[in-house]
Design a protein around this ligand. Structure first.
Ligand SMILES: [Zn+2]
Length: 343
């Protein structure tokens, strides 16, 4: 029999559809927290809010159907009574657009854009990045991170930092010609130091710290754009969320040997999740975090095995399919974590 892993987590991404749906979604989230998470043995919920939160410090950066403070507080309360630690997520540096939509920060403050000359519809790119050297950027970002952490009553913030492809862009007058590892390391340190000064721990995805070329992990789950040497300059009290969805790479050991607390993050494949749990145990890692990457109402519906109640959502078929797979992986992972600690 083993000791339970310190972190047994679930990652949900908030949706942004309409005011009415946001309220309903928050209620569904509360139900999941109360009825499912304690039963499954989950003790951590990372709720990625990004701009779907009604910021008071910068109201112009809240999406139209953003979650208000009262809904967030109800979710925080549900977490507290279920023994679940709530951690807000906010994508920093990369992921400042999705598809054709540029997200609020760069829409309202185009002077922070790493690539302002790229087409407005984001044709030909994955996601926009902010420019880490843009004057005035971090004053705003720090306000957002603080406000999310306060609303969630959390001593940690998940800062994203994954899949950054636009970095040290030749067209950025400030970053042009700089070493991507230097830029990335400096941004990690800046965010970390701010959170630490507030008594908070920084969590982030690990992919930009992994060498995608020599390992064969590729440019998504690892870095092929020169950021990976930054791993040796990152503060060791950052919690690394090491995501791999197709295959269980032995990267928990890599991060653990560097001195980080590492959490392995699966997605749709149960066998990968179970293999990652084994790797985390071997590496004496910090835990597991099931990611979902479907709108969270879809995941909740799939988890409870109910018919979709939101037919107006876009593309329900593929979403439902992905949600069902993720729900299966989640159940399998939770069962395996419970079995480890059952005498
Ligand atoms: Zn720049």
């Amino acid at each position: 029999m083993m000791q339970p892993l310190p972190v047994r987590g679930l990652h949900l991404a908030a949706s942004d559809h309409s005011v009415e749906m946001t309220a309903r979604d928050a209620a569904a989230c509360e139900r999941l927290i109360r009825e499912a998470l304690p039963k499954e043995g989950i003790n951590t919920l990372v709720l990625e809010l990004d701009y779907t939160f009604r910021f008071r410090s910068h109201p112009e950066l809240a999406d139209e159907a953003a979650m208000d403070r009262a809904a967030t507080r109800r979710i925080a309360k549900a977490c507290r009574s279920a023994g679940v630690k709530l951690i807000p997520g906010f994508n920093c540096y990369g992921h400042q657009s999705w598809g054709k939509t540029t997200l609020a920060l760069l829409r309202k403050h185009p002077q922070f854009d790493e690539t302002p000359k790229l087409p407005a519809d984001n044709a030909g790119i994955y996601c926009r990045s902010w420019c880490p050297l843009a004057p005035g950027l971090h004053e705003i970002v720090f306000d957002l991170l603080d406000e999310l952490a306060d609303a969630c009553e959390s001593d940690a913030v998940h800062c994203g930092m994954d899949e950054i492809f636009l970095i040290a862009d030749p067209d950025c007058p400030r970053c042009h010609g700089k070493d991507p590892a230097d830029l990335f390391a400096a941004e990690v340190a800046l965010l970390h130091d701010h959170l630490k000064a507030q008594g908070r721990t920084m969590w982030m995805w690990g992919d930009r710290f992994l060498d995608g070329k020599t390992t064969g992990m590729g440019k998504w789950a690892a870095s092929e754009n020169g950021t990976h040497p930054a791993v040796d300059r990152a503060p060791k009290d950052i919690v690394i969320c090491d995501w791999h969805y197709e295959k269980a790479w032995p990267t928990p050991d890599f991060f653990a040997k560097k001195g980080f607390r590492v959490i392995a993050c699966p997605s749709v494949k149960s066998d990968v999740a179970l293999a990652q749990l084994k790797l985390i145990r071997e590496a004496r890692g910090f835990g597991m975090l099931q990611t979902t990457w479907v709108d969270y109402p879809h995941f909740i519906t799939a988890y409870f095995g109910e018919a979709p109640t939101r037919p107006s959502l876009p593309a329900p078929e593929p979403m439902t399919d992905a949600a069902a797979k993720v729900a299966c992986s989640f159940r399998a992972l939770c069962a395996a974590m419970r079995a480890e600690i059952t005498p």
